[in-house]
Ligand binder design. Structure first.
Ligand code: PRP
Length: 221
């Protein structure tokens, strides 16, 4: 094999739990823990390399085969689509898509065309297509809660975990949508070409998820 098996992890909210899962599986992740500004971190004794990237880039790297495996949220998979195998629900990073509005607002009152701000324009589009409701969608890159506060939109579609961000910004959930969590994805060609290395790793991760699930009686977020 020319290079180590490469796994792309999502920086930020899923990073700690992903790294901790690998540590609990017995991998020495000290290079990841002490990464500084480095973005490719080797785990030499396991012939693994960890890449840290934004969720959407994790999907792109795995789809294009420059990373063999990836961990990212189902929210990004639903938004981006992508050609890869989604092999496991890791149980952590659980949150829900929600339609949120300013406190006290009745989203469905009146007849005007609603404006919805979201980072997830495709998810938002399909939510309102299912409702057969015509809406205007505005793409916002982050801190989407600002859009209704500033008067740009009537509502937002976003992921909600604890609900703190909504609460602290005078917003409330009007409707919960799909539940999402961290997923393990694999490049289609890698799974064939590097089956001997990748399959045991997937099995190890699946056994870990089952153990965690049994220990807690449910998947942990
Ligand atoms: C996400 C999401 C909300 C927040 C919800 O943002 O977009 O803003 O987390 O979490 P809570 O319900 O626990 O408050 P994230 O922190 O991923 O950053 P972003 O706004 O830059 O996308």
């Amino acid at each position: 094999m020319n290079r180590p098996i490469r796994i792309a992890l999502t920086k930020g909210r899923l990073e700690e739990k992903s790294v901790s899962m690998f540590e609990q599986l017995g991998y020495d992740c000290s290079s990841v823990r002490n990464k500084g500004r480095k973005l490719i971190l080797p785990i030499p004794e396991a012939n693994l390399e960890v890449v840290l990237a934004k969720a959407a880039d994790v999907a792109t790297y795995v789809e294009n085969g420059v990373c063999d495996l990836g961990i990212l949220g189902k929210d990004t998979i639903l938004e981006m689509g992508g050609t890869f195998y989604e092999v496991a629900d890791l149980g952590f990073g659980r949150c829900r898509f929600a339609l949120a509005v300013p406190q006290g607002m009745d989203f469905y009152a009146g007849y005007h065309t609603r404006c919805i701000a979201s980072k997830y324009v495709n998810v938002t589009k399909s939510v309102f297509e299912r409702k057969n409701m015509d809406v205007k969608i505005v793409k916002i890159e982050g801190s989407v809660e600002l859009a209704p506060i500033l008067g740009l939109s009537d509502a937002i579609v976003d992921i909600v975990e604890t609900g703190t961000t909504l609460r602290e910004n005078g917003l409330m959930v009007a409707e919960y949508l799909t539940e999402v969590s961290a997923r393990l994805i694999v490049n289609i060609a890698s799974l064939k070409l590097h089956k001997a290395e990748i399959e045991p790793l997937i099995n190890q991760i699946e056994a870990f998820i089952n153990r965690e699930g049994k220990r807690d009686g449910a998947c942990k977020s």
